[in-house]
Design a protein around this ligand. Sequence first.
Ligand SMILES: [Zn+2]
Length: 54
Amino acid sequence: MTTCEETDCENEAAVELHVPWSDNMLVCTAHARVWAQKDGVVPEPLDEAADDWR
Ligand SMILES: [Zn+2]
């Protein structure tokens, strides 16, 4: 599995974040919800996680 890219987070990455001011990131759903609050960030669920996200 792919691990969340946030520091000290060992959850499975489930969402790809498109961050206008930085590189794309793979993060877990919990971190994706935080990131999705920021202007311009577009969260895109990975295929196998799409059901959990929606
Ligand atoms: Zn995380």
